[in-house]
Design a protein around this ligand. Structure first.
Ligand code: SF4
Length: 391
């Protein structure tokens, strides 16, 4: 029986070096290979012209660069692009590109579905299907970066920031997450700085500690409530790791973090967590927890309603009043701009029109027939199209 070829997107540079050794190749060959794959977006070993022919031959039998198949691509009037990728078994995952004046951010997924089940999150309502592999996490960046370079006609890096805020709880897929982060950070990979690579967690306390040791990148914590009673309802993981433990973990993480603050995400839900008393409790926690508070920024997120949630978006004046109470207390507070509203692209609320995984399967089947060009190669960035930004 022939072994399944290894997917080279599954390896960080260290892993690729070890793989090269199993082929009887020197470790430095891994650097060449890694650069071809991640910096040039190449998946065909034959086109990796400075690799020895003997190595290319060995790779052809033992390895492949297997990306993700895009099922659909939706573009917002504001430049936001959302891709739906097929990860097999009827599961779809999404990645969202958000261009701004001073940065270009890609929001990517870490799991198909999510087991945390936050009440305001459409992914949470789908339930959990499976963890993504390292290759599937990296493939979202690999695909988007090289597609956008072609569209913009540049060989320079396009995506400056990556946020792990798409589908899934990244810290519940830790083994696959860390090599993916290392690939994104490595100078021979995507060369992102640790400050521009953000992991967003709903508060998996033990894994926050491990991330601080293994690969400290910027951290965003989905807070969404200023007390345990409310957070237990909105973010069920709070019953396991209540606020006090979570905030202690934030302070421990700050000793290793590339930034001197944690970003707290707070989704504004009409009549649920947006009242003055909630703002006052939040101020109290953030300023006085454990006698020293937590160095943080607050990011208030307008909720993107979806029918199964039974929740509504807070009115804008209430969001502004909430933000003012926090700012007046000396807490740096931002209100997230909604982006890609016309394509349901809000980070953390991806797959907004998907009610369960069965429907994902149906949608994948439907969209595959509508969107995919028959000549489009599988596992490789799609060709440039004429609607490109800047064309
Ligand atoms: S908000 Fe994040 S952790 Fe919560 S259910 Fe959604 S994807 Fe999972």
């Amino acid at each position: 029986m022939t072994a399944t070829p290894a997917n080279l997107l599954d390896f960080d540079l260290e892993g690729l070096a070890a793989f090269c050794e199993t082929l009887g190749e020197k470790r430095f060959r891994a650097v060449q290979l890694f650069r071809w794959i991640h910096q040039k977006g190449e998946s065909d070993f034959e086109r990796m012209s400075d690799l020895a022919k003997s190595l290319r031959e060995k790779l052809k039998g033992a390895a492949q660069v297997q990306g993700l198949q895009p099922i659909s691509q939706q573009e917002s009037a504001d430049g936001t692009i959302k891709w739906l990728f097929d990860v097999g078994g009827g599961d779809g995952i999404e990645a969202v590109y958000i261009p701004e004046d001073d940065r270009a951010t890609l929001c990517i997924s870490s799991q198909a579905g999510c087991a945390v089940g936050c009440r305001f999150c459409s992914t949470g309502h789908q339930g959990f299907s499976r963890n993504l592999t390292t290759g599937e996490i990296v493939a979202q960046l690999w695909f988007a970066e090289h597609l956008l370079r072609k569209r913009l006609g540049t060989s320079e890096r396009v995506i400056s920031n990556v946020v792990m805020m798409g589908m899934g709880e990244p810290l519940q897929n830790y083994a696959a997450l860390v090599p993916a982060l290392r690939t994104m950070l490595h100078d021979h990979g995507y060369g992102l700085s640790r400050r521009r690579l953000t992991v967003s967690t709903s508060g998996v306390v033990p894994m926050m500690d491990r991330l601080g040791q293994d690969c400290p990148v910027a951290l965003a914590v989905s807070l969404h409530a200023p007390n345990d009673a409310l957070r237990d309802q909105l973010v069920p993981l709070n019953r396991k790791y209540p606020l006090a433990e979570l905030l202690d973990a934030c302070n421990r993480y700050l000793a290793f973090a590339p930034r001197d603050f944690i970003t707290f995400e707070y989704c504004m839900l009409d009549g649920v967590n947006d009242q003055p008393e909630h703002a006052a409790q939040l101020v109290e926690y953030v300023r006085h927890h454990a006698g020293r508070g937590v160095s943080c920024k607050l990011n208030l997120i307008p909720f993107n309603p979806f029918p199964a949630s039974g929740l509504l978006r807070s009115p804008q004046p209430r969001v502004q009043a909430f933000a003012k109470m926090l700012s007046d207390a000396g807490i740096v507070t931002t209100v997230r701009k909604t982006r890609g509203d016309d394509i349901a692209a809000a980070c953390g609320q991806l797959a907004g029109d998907v009610k369960d995984r069965t429907r994902v399967g149906e949608r994948i089947a439907r969209q595959r027939t509508i969107t995919l060009h028959p000549a489009q190669p599988r596992h490789a960035p799609a060709p440039a199209d004429s609607a490109a930004k800047g064309d």
